[in-house]
Design a protein around this ligand. Sequence first.
Ligand code: MEV
Length: 413
Amino acid sequence: MDMAERLRLAKEFGGLTDEEAMALSGLGGVDPSLPDRMVENAVGVFPVPLGIAANFVINGRDYLIPMATEEPSVIAAASNAAKMALDGGGFSTSSSEPLMIGQVQIREVADPNGARHVILGRKKEITDLANSQDPMLVKVGGGVRDIDVRIVDTKGGIDVVVHLIVDVRDAMGANAVNTMAEAIAPLLEEMVCGKVHLRILSNLARFRLARARAVWAKDAVGGADVVDGVIAAYQFADADPYRCATHNKGIMNGIDALMLATGNDTRAIEAGAHAFAASSGGYKPLTAFEKNERGDLVGTIEVPMAVGLIGGATKSHPSARAAIKLLGVKSACELGEVAAAVGLAQNFAALRALATVGIQQGHMTLHARNIVASVGCPPELMDEAVETIVSERRIRMDRAAEVVDSLKKKAKG
Ligand code: MEV
């Protein structure tokens, strides 16, 4: 399909209006006041390609996945991995409640253990004060769920760190949690005779987890050797942080692309994912791969997912709004679960390529298309020209120009 046909299909699938389809593509241009409303000192916008990953069946439902990324191969790899998972029923997902953590750091407390007990004993008072900051959140079923107190030994002395654990429902939660953390600070200071320092949410959203699982039938992925190859690649990442950083980067290729397309905070998701990956003490993969009794590949992922469906760019950016409509997700938890499935698919695709033909083959074909297009190749000669320079392994402008030239001459007869 060409771009217009794909967009038409996405529009139909997501029930988008003409206006929403145009917003999704970004090709209708942006409202000139949008960048100025979103950031400071705006001068314009920076276009990133938006593509759609296909073949995702998650909990028995079909999804089209909008992905904003500058990296070639990512969308194709996710779609391909999702297709190979179809035999095994696609992805099944689950998630925890949308709980975020707000931290209040208290310094100069003479008796930190005693202070901890005082705070825990007055949980209700603190909870009520925090909840009074956001009656709307409480009305829709959110609000403070618990309070934890940690004693943290810093280079500057012992701190008492209060964790406000807040159910933020469909928000990313930063605004709600930060407001609550700031509001309870004077009360905490008075309770424990200390000095409040920082009051801010933690991006290590370890109580807000999304999980996905898929079974890739061994025949669908290229046989038992491929299954073993993917497992060995996972084991390498599990044993070695140098490899693990790249392994997790591959996962985030998918997750970030979906997050960006839906107007979510990609840095919050990245920070949470990597901090979670390191929370056992070593830096570990966010996914795991093993074999089931039939020898099929079972992949799983568990990752913090501080995503929102309301507020911020998810609401103010028309392309993000259209992307969310295309996805058809009904809650932030559902969006987080879809992201987990995309991350798992992305990781499987990378490991399968790495364990078989290598990653360059797919990359190079796309790269070759760009090179051939840039030397003015007519569309009807494109495939042959790309094939020629890829098979020769001479993916260079000079060679592309020669090949296109000779194909043009041949076509003229
Ligand atoms: C490239 O963007 C991502 C990979 O390096 C991931 C990986 O090595 O697993 C291919």
